[in-house]
Design a protein around this ligand. Structure first.
Ligand code: ADE
Ligand code: ZN
Length: 336
């Protein structure tokens, strides 16, 4: 099963580029930019990653971004991720970036997006990995700041496929951003939002995503299982759920592998992703492997999980079909 997982063509839909900043690249960029690090070594930095919930993770995540200053830094960050993903047979990725985490430090929106966009082009040309970009708003900042960010992106509309919402969910419900997401929808963006696992008012927030925001996808969303009507509504609308098992094991109480299995049984379009792999160690293959082992998933179930990511993607239909055929063909020629 391990080699089946490694070889199957995969899509990743829930990946924060800033969450791929591994300690070695962080140190390299710190040196290049003469940024002083609060740690003497990579080992010391890793040892400080002792978060056990979303806020404690986010504190480390934002602190790490201090080394990202120039367009080349954002290029290197993104290209390094694409190299790693491609080495695991990820053929398509929809990746998040957090512009406000950089503009709030005085880095220009253009600097951030130009570096990432150049890495996308280079990665497609040299590695053959295709990608699209999702701009996330930080939900612990104001709706006005999110709206300003949406407007800043107007000059780059064709470089961004959708918008999302991340950061600390406590007291920051989806409804806070109802006007921003309506304005994003008007501009033609696809919409997604984090519904992090085991947060306060989790199911209420998922209902808001459906009824007030009209999302096209849900990031995490495992707590939908707590409400059978919610499950039915998500299935009826065909919404994808991008679940991140190793991430969940760090900030909640486990991989949620049984829940992923249950979602498959309920015919929800659930897929597996790596979220912030530099902080929650494990890229796509490690996440899929962890779930397979913990929930004893069969080869057809693994194929379904991987196929779901393409189904839930924001690719044009013909490309979606092409990739899904590749997954099916792989599975048929690798029957154990
Ligand atoms: N920002 C980066 N990773 C995140 C996550 N898993 N949840 C919320 N915000 C995030
Ligand atoms: Zn996330």
């Amino acid at each position: 099963m391990r080699s089946f997982i490694e070889g199957i063509p995969k899509a990743e839909l829930h990946l924060h580029l800033e969450g791929t900043l591994e300690p070695d690249l962080k140190f390299q960029l710190a040196e290049r930019n003469a940024v002083e690090m609060p740690y003497a070594s990579e080992a010391e930095m890793r040892a400080a990653y002792d978060f056990d919930d979303l806020p404690s993770f986010l504190a480390m995540y934002y602190e790490g971004m201090s080394v990202l200053l120039t367009e080349d830094d954002f290029f290197d960050l993104a290209y390094t991720y694409f190299q790693k993903a491609s080495s695991q047979n990820v053929v398509y990725a929809e990746v998040f970036f957090d512009p406000q985490a950089h503009t709030s430090r005085g880095i220009g929106f253009e600097t951030v997006i130009s570096g990432i966009h150049r890495a996308q082009l280079e990665a497609e040309a040299t590695l053959g990995i295709r990608s699209q970009l999702i701009m996330c708003f930080l939900r612990d900042m104001s709706a006005e700041s999110a709206m300003e960010t949406l407007e800043a992106a107007d000059g780059y509309r064709e470089w961004i496929i959708g918008v999302g919402l991340d950061s600390d969910e406590r007291d920051n419900p989806p409804i806070k951003f109802v006007d921003v997401f309506a304005a994003a929808r008007q501009r033609g963006y696809r919409l997604t939002m984090h519904c992090d696992v085991d947060q306060a008012n989790s199911t209420d927030h998922i209902w808001q995503c459906l009824n007030d925001i009209g999302v096209d996808r849900i990031d995490h969303g495992v707590n939908a299982l707590d409400d059978p009507e919610l499950v039915t509504e998500i299935r009826t609308r065909g919404l994808g759920l991008t679940v991140c098992p190793i991430s969940n094991s760090y900030v909640t109480d486990g991989l949620k592998a049984a829940e992923i299995r249950r979602m498959l049984e309920l015919e929800l379009t659930v897929c597996v992703n790596s979220d912030d792999p530099a902080y929650f160690p494990g890229y796509m293959n490690e996440n899929l492997q962890a779930v397979q082992e913990a929930a004893d998933l069969s080869q057809p179930q693994m194929t379904q999980l991987v196929g779901n990511a393409f189904a839930a993607s924001w690719l044009p239909d013909d490309e979606k079909t092409d990739y899904r055929n590749q997954v099916t063909a792989y599975a048929e020629t690798h029957v154990r």
